[in-house]
Design a protein. Structure first.
Length: 158
């Protein structure tokens, strides 16, 4: 599995590589269990874990969470072209289209061009895009792995 190089991440006001203001960091591990952990100010973090049973867990400030699951890069337990089910859990079981603490919100849209836009506290955001059910802007090649700068110019924007 090719190892891609990490592209710089960006906050609205400055660029970072692995560490961001307020203790934000990214951890990349690759090989059938690829995952990225983005932890941000005020406990906002996102965990992307991949391997033939690909899933992504987006957790944000104050227990807001969003879970996406992929089997061979074909469906999301979020809302996908062929299988629709969004699981947005917010503090105390409230469902949202993600309006979260400190102006954090998430927009989920899917159908051949599935994407999630997470704009979090202090302008930090991540965009996950999918086509063929598998590439997350942070783009994965055919749903088997994730690397920043892998297969087809993978990247992640913070």
């Amino acid at each position: 599995m090719p190892m891609g190089h990490i592209l710089h991440l960006q906050m609205l006001w400055d660029y970072i590589t692995l560490e961001q203001a307020y203790g934000t960091y990214i951890k990349l591990e690759q090989a059938y269990g690829t995952y990225i952990t983005l932890e941000q100010a005020y406990g906002i973090y996102i965990t992307l874990k991949q391997a033939y049973g690909t899933y992504i867990t987006l957790k944000q400030a104050y227990v807001t969470s969003l879970t996406l699951e992929q089997a061979y890069g074909t469906y999301f337990t979020l809302e996908q072209a062929y299988g629709t089910s969004i699981t947005l859990e917010k503090a105390y079981g409230t469902s949202v289209t993600l309006d979260q603490a400190y102006g954090t919100y998430c927009t989920l849209e899917q159908a051949h061009e599935t994407y999630i836009t997470l704009e979090q506290a202090y302008g930090t955001f991540i965009t996950l895009e999918q086509a063929y059910g598998i590439y997350i802007t942070l783009e994965q090649a055919y749903g088997t792995f994730i690397t920043l700068e892998q297969a087809h110019e993978t990247f992640i924007t913070l």
